[in-house]
Design a protein around this ligand. Sequence first.
Ligand SMILES: *Cc1c(COP(=O)(O)O)cnc(C)c1O
Length: 472
Amino acid sequence: MREHTDGVAEYVARGEAMAAAEAERRAIMRTKKFDTIAVHGIYDAQAALANQGSIIEPGFMSSAQHFENSDHMEAALAYLMPAWVYSRIANPTVLYLEETLSLLEGYGFDGDVSTVATASGMAAVHMATNPFLQNPTAQTNIVVSARCYGGTFMLFSQRYGAERGIDVRWVCDPLDLDEWADKIDGDTRFVYGETPSNPSLSVMDIEAVAGIAHEAGLPLIIDSTVATPALLRPLNRGADIVVHSTTKSMTSSGLAIGGAVIARHGITTEIGPDEMRDNFAMYVKLLPFRDHGPGLSPFNALMTISDLRTLRHRMDSMSSSTMQVAQFLEGHDHVDRVAYPGIPSMAGHDIAARTMWLVDGADDYGSEVNRFGHLISFEVKGGVEAARNVFDGFQMIWRATDLGRIKSVATIPAISTHQQQGNAGRELASVPPNLIRLNVGGEHPNDIIADLEQALAVLEGSSLILPIRGSF
Ligand SMILES: *Cc1c(COP(=O)(O)O)cnc(C)c1O
């Protein structure tokens, strides 16, 4: 190691005091309830007094940090003290978000958790997986659930598989534990699942798959975008790393694209240096993330911080509306199949009922309550044409490739989010062409159901009144 001057040593000591104060703030917040953490994060009165007294986290739009002198600069850039340096690497506003996400996703987890925020959910999926693919051999493979987001499917199949020669081993039925176990061998680098999945809403047994992965010395990475930490916290159930598209329910206003990689300290892997094992999120932030440049904009971090405060309340009410929508659709003559983890006819419902609980639900309801999220899919009877007619008939529900919104939004995945992967890829991922994916928003459930009812009425032979297209 290089020698540093006495001046630098002084900054290192100051840095240690700063880190200790940060750790103390974190420890205090870890004793609070989920809603309290979501509202405050680690931004306390002391932090406010250092920021002109602002009670809301300030948006630091500056690209770079000024240093007191060369010693300060040297200590900061050698990563010897807490500093943010340059907004591609770190930024104070982004840090407020990262700290909040670590606390929320680590709620109830007995161990340390760190987060790196990214420019999108896809950047998070990339940053969470790419570090495990260093120095690949001809045998290097990954074991991943085929029931995943279209962008994730393309990253794995095209960027990793076709371009880099990684053997992508798809698990077609994530409920089948033998399929996971059989596909893992000595050249597997990581195990990856998404639960509930977009758009098929498939669930998986995180504990069981984590057990299988860990036995083979591998990390389990879970995309938990659809559940959010308000309903499911995979780290508590054995996962090593959680990825999120914070674009979705976390930023339900729809005002920012973003993502996050959230990891427990001490992940299971034999790949990479000790630092990567000890604190994966910090390792990613300081090295690969710095070099790839997928950092989150501080403006977008602010939008997400703002929406996150009400996450639990929104997930509660929108999930309960979605349950009503599910019951309406299940009873409808023109609907073939409804996919929603909350309904008993859904494969894996028992696992969802065992694991998806509204966090701190007993505070409101007197006892714990199941909540299953606000994403639902249904197949329209009569094939593609019928599905498109229903979709075109929505008068209030927006037609867009989006989810997590406070506004109800629908898409046909086969012609949108899961279009690029082709017929074979969609079959593998279980995305039929007559499937409509619906994000149930914060509107009154009666109005959402009424819009679905009038759109489905297009399929009634007797219906003479056609909805006016695009009237909303
Ligand atoms: C949207 C989504 C992503 C990708 O997130 P972006 O923010 O759009 O990049 C990843 N996983 C899931 C489950 C998603 O729904």
